[in-house]
Design a protein around this ligand. Sequence first.
Ligand code: AMP
Length: 569
Amino acid sequence: MIVAIDLGTTNSLIGVWRNGAPRLIPNATGDLLTPSAVSMLDSGEIVVGRAARDRLVSHPRRSAAAFKRVMGSNRSLTLGDRDFRPEELSALVLRALKADAEAWLGEPVREAVITVPAYFADAQRKATQAAAELAGLRCERLLNEPTAAALAYGLQENGESRILVVDLGGGTFDVSVLEMFDGVMEVRATAGDNFLGGEDFNQALLAAFMREVGTPAGLPPPADEPPFHGLLRRQIEQLKQRLSQEDTATLSLPWRTGTLCWTVSRAQFNTLCEPLYQRIRQPIERALRDARIHPGELAAVVLAGGATRMPALRRMISLLFRHLPTQHLDPDQVVAMGATVQAGLMMRDAALNERVLTDVAPFTLGVEVADRQSDGHTVHNLFVPVIERNTVIPASRATTLSTLEDGQTTIGLRVFQGESRRARDNILLGELTVHVPRAARGQQSVEVRFTYDTSGLLEVDATALGTGAQYHLLIEGNPGRLSPAEIRQRLAALAHLKISPRDQAENVAALARAERLFEELLGEQRSAVGDWIGEFLAALERGDPRQIGISRALLLQRLDRVEPTSPFD
Ligand code: AMP
């Protein structure tokens, strides 16, 4: 069985293609969405999902979220007394999803299709693959998120059409233009921004709150007061979500002996976020230009990612395309649903037999060259594209570079990703030195072959044509890349981590929610929550499963009564 996983910045989902249809699988607490958050309990056990998200407020130093934003970098995040790489935290989320699927399917799960932002670069894709490996999963395919969303859309629509997918998740933004005909789904162009997502809208709100209220009230920086800032970030998220429904929303936070209040209107929010909306426009325009498609030719605009719920974004899309985006697909689920289609295709499910999918490379890849001009002087640091962006993948292209000087014995090969004519303005992916026999300039050359596979991963091979010597370039220009030996080492370390048992998930989640509310509330409500936690802990201590179940149900009922209206739950 190949499972399909949407490993999101904020939430993750797992599903399968079953009996000719997509099926999303609930987690241990019965939800389809598992928050991509990890926390370490005082006992050292790891919890993932809703409990970990609640613990971001009550135990910020032992909890982490949004680590997808630093995938492919060598940043590490600290939980309690342990440092984790983003791949390891993602692996813990993947492991929890895998356990949910195994419990639901009643069979072991080893293979997965995992979605990634289309605009994820090589290092981020390889980090995602490494995370799968650390979770004990073989990643059969990395599937671009907007392509997955289009697959879900294509399941319901037949015939020829061109569609645009706008995917704004917690941390990334992707746009893809696709063409569907006779069961073929062809991605025509992709564009995006790896560092733009719902989180940035939170940051804009947070900065305005600090300017208008926090700084005047003498609030300390986040590092000095993590619990307060954990609470503040959660309230900012709620404020943003409320502004998707209402014209104004108010945040109120206990601080010292009083309460800090801040009211924001939707118009103010939109003004604060204007630069972000501008950044959303550019990739849309570029994807359409690259696909040579006029907005009027689009049959539908499909929205994916929770942040596409923002009304200003929907309005902008409607104005740009002169029709409303599709409403029938849930933006939180559409990527995971589409990924199950890909999993079904890979399992050669009969219901999907006639469907074919082609995708494209998101970035231009090329090499640096120096060019001798007719007047004899040499121009260095030029970028020569080998595989251009939006080339259909898999793709393999070669180029030949020759010596520039008499007697030159090496040719330095530098591989870049990007669109600028000057190599130094692009991202260096790796370099390699090829040895060539001494000869007159231009007499010796090297053939460089770039191969982009269907997961969007790059291989570079070079052949010195004079000697036939072959070289393979490992793309490890990025310091964040884990080597196979490091992966083995991290696997061993992860094997020693204690994972909170799945059958305790509901208890852990209930307790984490109660602890979070204890932080959030004040006065009588707070002391009541404290008493309820005490009662529940006593039931847990006694260990009678039936009594624990009754006590948990009572605790949750009571928490519902004091929970400030939260669009999360
Ligand atoms: P995803 O990564 O697709 O789960 O998207 C999560 C992002 O969507 C987060 O940044 C959320 O803040 C954002 N989001 C979810 N619901 C809403 C909403 N109703 N209004 C605005 N943003 C939302």
